[in-house]
Design a protein around this ligand. Structure first.
Ligand SMILES: Nc1ncnc2c1ncn2[C@@H]1O[C@H](COP(=O)(O)OP(=O)(O)O)[C@@H](O)[C@H]1O
Ligand SMILES: N[C@@H](CCC(=O)OP(=O)(O)O)C(=O)O
Length: 372
């Protein structure tokens, strides 16, 4: 399908994670530039003015720090980690120049996402930054990531961030127009696929590795990310970040590259995850006022509406939310059963005195709650 036909596809979104590859940050293979980031920054500005929310996942720390060190053509892992440590601050300064609102840095390892407490903290941090109109910029914490702690590539990190940030869309900006039926660098006859319903084995087989000197993973990791996102009800777009026209199209709700459909709705995916992947560890019984807030207003569950707690669960565990013994919802509790027993029925401003620390205001945040 031609590029002209490609822009006919439309898409809707409200909260997106935009992943930017090293090639856009460091088009010369080292250092960082704003040349290819201006159109993206304009898109971010325009989208925010429309009330949409964005999180950036930015690669490029290693490339941005490359010039600061004398290293061989093929640096060792330790050298790359040192380059990332230098480059990360340079890259953040480069991003900050593009926006007249605050940006925030979040560096993650795989271990952070696997650890329940850290996972919840990352989730709350992103939520809070978005609520304050601050742009979170995420990268892998390259200086501390060892093999077993590594995401390895920022495409898969992008999919996980989309999940943690509760985004509906993942936009991967790279140096080609989207997914082709063969690597376009080596096959000039390759054709662009404008939409993909499901990331099947056949689709996976189309992807090759990275063609650039700074990229990691090539199209393979982008398809893995699209697969992960799709299974979690998140749509993925792969677009050419070098072209300002890509961002013009995105601003108009048009797809300038390849659109991967979600396998199910976001709420359906959440429900499946909460019901089947996570076994509920306990029950929270709520009063009539809380039931009304949850069902009619889609509100978060606050301690004031909790009447009793059943079972032993830790913060981050899945729990059932019940009203008069009817199962109403399932969600992730931000408090352990013992903490919740102490704060049930209390107003938000009383929590700190009882718990001895200022914690979450909600027991179950509405983003982590599915009505049944
Ligand atoms: N089927 C394919 N369609 C498009 N690009 C492909 C395909 N197979 C391999 N590639 C390569 O993937 C590269 C993009 O991945 P990568 O270099 O890792 O970029 P980034 O730094 O944006 O993550 C393209 O430049 C292209 O050479
Ligand atoms: N964390 C690394 C990025 C690794 C990576 O996935 O790069 P890319 O393929 O350009 O998205 C860095 O900041 O250099």
């Amino acid at each position: 399908m031609s590029q002209a036909e490609a822009v006919v596809t439309k898409f809707n979104w409200q909260r997106a994670v935009i992943k930017v590859g090293s090639a856009l940050i460091a088009p010369d293979g080292a250092g960082c530039r704003t040349e290819y980031l201006l159109a993206l920054a304009q898109f971010i500005n325009a989208s925010r003015r429309q009330g949409k929310e964005l999180v950036l996942v930015s690669s490029g720390a290693v490339a941005a720090g490359r010039n600061a060190m004398s290293a061989e053509q093929k640096p060792t892992l330790a050298q790359k980690q040192a380059m990332a440590a230098v480059g990360q601050t340079r890259m953040m300064a480069n991003w900050a120049r593009l926006f007249d609102f605050p940006t925030a840095q979040i560096l993650l390892t795989h271990g952070d996402i696997r650890d329940r407490d850290r996972y919840l903290n990352i989730k709350s941090t992103i939520r809070e930054l978005l609520a304050h109109q601050i742009l979170p910029i995420v990268n892998e914490n390259d200086s501390v990531a060892t093999e077993e702690l590594k995401f390895g590539d920022n495409d898969n990190l992008g999919a996980l961030v989309a999940l943690v940030a509760d985004a509906d869309t993942l936009i991967i900006c790279t140096d080609v127009d989207g997914l082709y039926d063969a690597d376009p660098r080596s096959n000039p006859q390759a054709r662009l696929l404008t939409s993909v319903e499901s990331v099947s084995k056949e689709i996976m087989a189309l992807a090759g590795g990275s063609g650039s000197s700074v990229g990691t993973g090539g199209m393979q990791t982008k398809l893995q990310a699209a697969q992960k996102a799709s299974a979690n009800g998140i749509q993925t777009l792969i677009v050419n970040g070098y072209k300002a026209a890509s961002f013009d199209a995105l601003s108009k709700g048009l797809v300038p590259g390849t659109l991967f459909s979600p396998a199910l709705s976001r709420s359906g995916a959440k429900k499946q995850w909460l019901r089947h992947s996570l076994k509920a560890k306990g029950k929270i019984h709520i009063d009539a006022g809380a039931k009304q807030a949850l069902v009619q207003r889609g509100a978060s569950l606050l301690p004031v509406g909790v009447s009793s707690v059943e079972g032993q669960f830790a913060a981050g565990d899945a729990v059932e939310v019940c009203f008069e013994n009817d199962l109403l919802a399932i969600g992730l509790s931000l408090f352990s059963a013992s903490e919740l027993s102490k704060i049930k029925g209390l107003q938000s401003q009383q929590l700190e005195t009882v718990l001895g620390y200022a914690g979450h205001e909600e027991v179950v945040h509405r983003d982590d709650l599915v009505l049944l």
